[in-house]
Write a protein that binds this ligand. Structure first.
Ligand SMILES: Nc1nc2c(ncn2[C@@H]2O[C@H](COP(=O)(O)OP(=O)(O)O)[C@@H](O)[C@H]2O)c(=O)[nH]1
Ligand SMILES: [Mg+2]
Length: 395
């Protein structure tokens, strides 16, 4: 039989802890196909929450307790708890659960059903049908929670998950194992832990789903959630999103292409200044300078793509000469593609004026349209050729 452990992080929850534990045990009584346990992670609460737990442990044998000497924040408490749950307690699933009775324990079997159905992580959600936030929350708090989640979804461009900030979750061991090392840092010790954990799990492709529940405000004790949470969350999502964009292969490819264009323009200017005027049959100094500047751009593209865009598939020194020739051929291919498309446009439509852009007065004609189409198809070809021939995925 599989084991699930409910982790209760506590800091000054002496008025709630016994009721939560009793409530959980009541729900456990109805669960037949899982072995259910509880782990309280207390940061030596000044109100001695841990002493109440120690007293309950005398009669409840599925109740465990970890005491941190120092206050480690919510993330710190959960990481400590999960290390215990998936280590010594040898469990399959860890639940995150607030000790203040805000989370509806009767939903636990629904979480377990989802895990049994093959999901890697299940989230308690206030923002899907059947879920909810308290009616008596002030406008500001409702706004913050709803808009906060919308901002997170937008910045992370992921709308499949509706409740990113909730603290009621079931996590399977593989998710924990693959995410934990990236979270063991100062930055994730507070409430940012929740969004950081979920974001990493989603990006690694784990199957995540939501179960609705109605959030109930705590009646005893105080919330430890502060304003720094809002700031940290915003900083976190912006930072990871920028990182993701900068690390995107298409972005790098486009950036390297832009650098290549600059290299080409600059080298054309320089070469034309140092090259004496000459004309040999078809080869003029202008044509030679143009060809040389294109080659400079090709070299720049080759080097930067190798070191950056495809750094994960970097070429061996011995491959460089033949791959460089292939790279040149691919570039010639892209020029040919553009020539063909431009010519087709010219033959089929002729050079026709279409419209004039307002304000800047630029004339748009069919030639320009086909040039743009040609450039895009050429780029598409380049990216395809790089992926398929030059920096082939290593097997
Ligand atoms: N061990 C530990 N638990 C914490 C810490 N901060 C908050 N908690 C617990 O985490 C849960 C959620 O915190 P709470 O203040 O209710 O946050 P809110 O529900 O978002 O307002 C509660 O059970 C708290 O006692 C901490 O630094 N250490
Ligand atoms: Mg709470």
């Amino acid at each position: 039989m599989k084991t699930a452990v409910i982790i209760l992080p506590t800091y000054n929850e002496s008025k709630n802890i016994e009721r939560v534990i009793n409530k959980l045990q009541e729900v456990f009584a109805g669960i037949k196909s899982w072995k259910m346990e509880i782990l309280v992670v207390d940061d030596t609460s000044p109100d001695k929450t841990y002493e109440i737990v120690q007293k309950l442990q005398k009669t409840q044998h599925n109740l465990h307790l970890v005491i941190n000497k120092q206050k480690a924040g919510l993330g710190g408490a959960y990481l400590r708890g999960m290390a215990e749950v998936f280590g010594p307690l040898k469990a399959d699933v860890a639940f995150e659960f607030d000790a203040d009775l805000s989370h509806d324990a009767t939903k636990i079997p629904l979480f377990l059903d989802k895990i049994d159905a093959g999901y890697d992580m299940v989230l308690g959600s206030r923002y899907i049908s059947g879920g909810g936030i308290p009616d008596d929350w002030g406008v500001y708090r409702k706004f913050l929670s709803v808009v906060g989640n919308l901002i997170i979804m937008t910045v992370l461009t992921d709308f499949r998950i509706r409740d990113w900030t909730g603290g009621y979750r079931a996590i399977t061991k593989p998710v924990y194992e693959s995410v934990k090392d990236e979270l063991n840092s100062e930055r994730f010790m507070g409430y940012t832990f929740q969004i950081g954990f979920l974001h990493k799990a989603v990006r690694k492709g784990y199957k995540v789903t939501e179960v609705p529940f109605k959030f109930v405000d705590r009646t005893e004790g105080v919330s430890k959630l502060g304003n720094e949470y809002i700031k940290n969350t915003l900083l976190y999502i912006l930072k990871v999103r920028i990182d993701e964009i900068l690390n995107n292969r298409i972005f790098k490819f486009a950036f390297v292409g832009g650098v290549g264009t600059l290299v080409q323009l600059l080298s054309l200017t320089i070469i034309r200044q140092i090259l004496p005027d000459f004309s040999l049959l078809f080869l003029t100094s202008f044509l030679l300078a143009t060809l040389l500047s294109i080659e400079c751009a090709i070299i720049s593209n080759f080097v930067l793509n190798n070191l950056w865009t495809f750094s994960d598939r970097k070429l061996e020194a011995s491959q460089v000469p033949s791959k460089f020739i292939q790279f040149n051929l691919a570039s010639v291919g892209s020029i040919l593609i553009q020539l063909v498309i431009n010519s087709l446009g010219e033959f089929i439509f002729g050079l026709r004026h279409l419209f004039t852009l307002p304000i800047i007065g630029m004339k748009i004609d069919t030639g320009l349209i086909f040039a743009v189409i040609g450039i895009f198809i050429g780029l598409f070809w380049n990216f395809f050729a790089y992926n398929k021939f030059i920096w082939k995925k290593k097997k």
